[in-house]
Design a protein around this ligand. Structure first.
Ligand SMILES: *Cc1c(COP(=O)(O)O)cnc(C)c1O
Length: 336
């Protein structure tokens, strides 16, 4: 089976497993796991931020960040399709007691003018606007990336109105590679950044949260409250270190595969439109067939993918899709 359902389906490579087997470990709740300490220092240095915290998932890093930036009754501003709102099980309400202002975006991206217009005045009737969350790349937006200049404008608005700015960068490295950016550019703009190792970087588990030393101290406490304190998790941190060293530049291959497959889709009689491909995600609309039916046809040919609505399908490229498999996907689409 060729599995295009998500980039979370990857399995550790033999070399990654080797790195995991050789990890030095200790009790991380005592801050004594040398491999976790190394990973946190490495990530903080890469993004030129003060400190980092290794966590179990991207949901956990996002939710910890929102908890640390807000107090109950505050308002969080984000795009309507944002993962923090759509796919984190109501965690903003559950964990932080905050309300959410949803903005309609352009393939998951909001702009500075929208953010500015969504900030509540100092009025007893209104929840205090406290935090803006950005998603880059945008999952529901089909892997779209922000123009960096727009992010700078959003930061100015946040600074002017004393709002915190958080980045859900589950797939931030896809954006960085696609746009030839530097991690430190992001460290400069955001108060906190969350990045997944378990997505396109090919790790079995893990995310990192970045911020100031004070913020990360608080985040460590919230992680403990959520039951997220880990012990000899250096085996997992070793996978993340391996991924940072070996699986970042290769993301360009996934992006190339996505472009090639999108071209084949555009020529298919079953496809109405394909969203512009920016990174490793393809979202397309079906024609004369439901998404569910087309998913079934592809499955019968050995290709797994997800319907994300009645007439939309998502493909995600990743480490476990070889050039040969990408070619098979293209041939299959052409033969349908
Ligand atoms: C996957 C994802 C997350 C985190 O998901 P987990 O499964 O909890 O690691 C957060 N944001 C976005 C945009 C994602 O795609």
């Amino acid at each position: 089976m060729i599995d295009l359902r998500s980039d979370t389906v990857t399995r550790p490579t033999p070399a990654m497993l080797q790195a995991m087997m050789q990890a030095q470990t200790g009790d991380d709740v005592f801050k004594e796991d040398p491999t976790i300490n190394l990973l946190e220092a490495k990530c903080a240095a890469l993004f030129n931020m003060e400190a980092a915290l290794f966590c179990s998932s991207g949901t956990q890093t996002n939710q910890i960040a929102i908890k640390c930036h807000t107090r109950p009754g505050d308002e969080v501003i984000c795009e309507a399709e944002a993962h923090i709102y759509q796919y984190e099980a109501g965690g903003i309400a559950f964990n932080s007691g905050a309300s959410v202002r949803l903005l309609p975006g352009d393939r998951g991206r909001i702009n500075a003018a929208q953010v500015k217009a969504a900030i509540n005045p100092d009025d007893v009737h209104k929840p205090p606007s406290r935090l803006v969350c950005i998603e880059n790349t945008s999952n529901r937006g089909g892997g779209s990336c922000y123009h960096f200049e727009e992010l700078e404008k959003i930061q100015s608005v946040c600074k002017e109105h004393q709002l915190a700015l958080h980045l859900d960068g589950a797939r931030l490295f896809n954006a960085i590679v696609a746009k030839n950016e530097a991690p430190a550019q992001y460290g400069k703009l955001f108060n906190s950044i969350s990045i997944c190792f378990s997505k396109s970087l090919g790790c079995p588990v893990g995310s990192i949260l970045l911020g100031t030393r004070e913020f990360i101290n608080q985040a460590r406490r919230v992680r403990k409250i959520l039951g997220g304190g880990m012990r000899q998790a250096g085996y997992l941190a070793a996978a993340a270190i391996y991924a940072l060293d070996h699986h970042v530049e290769r993301l360009a291959t996934d992006h190339r595969h996505a472009q090639m497959i999108a071209e084949a889709l555009e020529a298919s009689r079953w496809v109405q439109t394909v969203l512009p491909v920016a990174t490793n995600i393809i979202i397309f609309e079906t024609k004369a067939i439901t998404a569910k039916e087309l998913v079934g046809k592809l499955k019968a040919q050995g290709i797994l993918c997800n319907a994300i609505s009645a007439d939309r399908i998502r493909f995600v490229l990743h480490l476990d899709i070889s050039p040969q498999m990408a070619a098979t996907v293209i041939k299959t689409i052409q033969s349908l």
